[in-house]
Design a protein around this ligand. Structure first.
Ligand code: GAL
Length: 415
């Protein structure tokens, strides 16, 4: 039955495919690499005679965009399409705001075209509620090759050697770690320490299952102590630094290293730096073999106007095309959200990401990024990020006290 729903819908809508469609898309992709990726969608869409109304909300990580989206939805004026991902996608779908794309997925075979983790993430209610634009890897360490060479040390593979390299850089007058003081940036750093110092099983128990004993146990204390140690390697401009400004620091060599998802690679490419050559890409210390994923997606809000529905369907189809996936992800820094991908035209870091994704998928080492909203309900996510940001910013904070606090705060936020 489901397989005939979409063609039936088209007939009922009786809209000629040649009709020029108009679509409004909300997103927060405004930095260099992000904007180039949006331009791939926009120019392809407009090249087919349609109109694209861009609703960009500044702010890396998307917190501002989600606030604006909530106010628009409550005013019964949501955009037709919005960049919405992970848990927030699940929450919006649960509230009944999102169009069910299941009939299209059945008709076009999209479920089979996506890796299982993508299909599961985008079908929180069992049916597809968004189309994926790409799969970002979060546990990446980016290093300015020249600055690393000047230390005379090898690239760090665990946190002890990271500290060694950072100390040497500091002695040489180079900022070791480029990062800004935004809670979401700090959460990505903490996640990398949790993966590298605590390991895969610790990460799962503490941050996915919120196991109280693990959240407050000795491993968490050790992870928090390592996290706190990194405070002495951040730039003086730390308080106001945006993630893409941190990337500019490692491009110019003002700083040597950045720990950030591979949207950073989109910035490098946009500024004509060669990922894997000028700036090295490595799994974050101790997380080799693990792929911490952040799946970006575009959801379609329920609309009554058949013309707007048709435009949504056409946009969803466009995003799912292999050639559009390739061009979008080459600009964005992620890898295509398709099960079979031709990595021709991708840089060496993307090729490594794709290979590591496939390996991690086989070995059960695909882990959802907590920092990137793939796991925890929004109040829990916010509570965790607040505890971590306060801890990192307080020079007198005590790791054991903070671990105990983590346990209490996560228990109460769970309700
Ligand atoms: C993430 C988003 C990425 C990237 C990043 C920086 O949340 O999923 O696509 O753009 O924010 O803004």
């Amino acid at each position: 039955m489901k397989n005939t729903l979409y063609p039936l819908l088209l007939t009922l809508l009786a809209i000629p495919a040649s009709h020029a469609s108009q679509v409004e898309v909300q997103h927060w992709w405004t930095s260099g690499g992000e904007a180039r990726a949006v331009e791939v969608l926009k120019s392809t869409w407009k090249g087919e005679g349609h109109q694209w109304q861009d609703f960009a909300v500044q702010g890396g990580g998307g917190k501002s965009a989600m606030t604006v989206l909530k106010s628009r939805a409550l005013a019964a004026n949501p955009p037709q399409a919005a960049h919405l991902k992970g848990v927030e996608l699940r929450e919006w779908a649960g509230l009944g705001f999102l169009r069910d794309l299941g009939p299209m997925a059945d008709h076009f075979g999209w479920y089979q075209a996506m890796p299982p983790v993508v299909r599961q993430t985008l079908s929180p209610t069992g049916s597809l509620v968004a189309v994926p634009t790409g799969i970002h890897r979060v546990n990446w360490l980016w290093i300015n090759r020249r600055r690393l060479a000047e230390t005379g040390l090898p690239a760090p593979t665990d946190w002890a050697s990271f500290i060694q390299v950072a100390e040497r850089l500091k002695q040489q007058g180079v900022i070791p770690l480029a990062i800004g003081n935004e809670p979401w940036q700090l959460a990505i750093l903490f996640e990398a320490v949790a993966l590298g110092e605590g390991g895969r099983d610790f990460y799962r128990k503490a941050l996915l299952e919120l196991d109280p004993a693990v959240l407050t146990g000795p491993d968490m204390v050790r992870v928090l102590q390592r996290f706190q140690q990194l405070r002495s390697y951040v730039p003086l401009s730390f308080v106001s630094l945006k993630w893409n400004q941190a990337t500019t620091l490692i491009e110019t060599g003002g700083a040597a290293m950045q720990i950030m998802g591979d949207w950073t690679k989109g910035e490098l490419t946009a500024a004509d730096y060669r990922p894997g050559e000028d700036i090295l890409c490595l799994p974050t210390p101790g997380s080799q073999g693990i792929f911490s994923y952040n799946i970006d997606s575009i959801a379609m809000f329920k609309v009554r106007d058949p013309l707007q529905m048709q435009a949504q369907s056409e946009l969803a189809e466009l995003i799912m095309r292999p050639d559009v996936q390739a061009r979008f992800n080459q600009a964005k820094g992620s890898i295509p959200a398709l099960a079979k991908v031709d990595m021709k035209g991708f840089d060496r870091c993307a090729i490594r990401s794709q290979r590591d994704f496939t390996q991690a998928e086989k070995e059960g080492n695909l882990l959802p990024s907590v920092a990137e909203g793939m796991v925890l309900a929004t109040p829990l996510q916010q509570a965790l990020m607040d505890v971590l940001a306060n801890f990192f910013n307080d020079p007198n904070a005590d790791a054991a006290t903070t671990a105990a606090r983590l346990g209490r705060v996560m228990r109460s936020a769970k309700g």
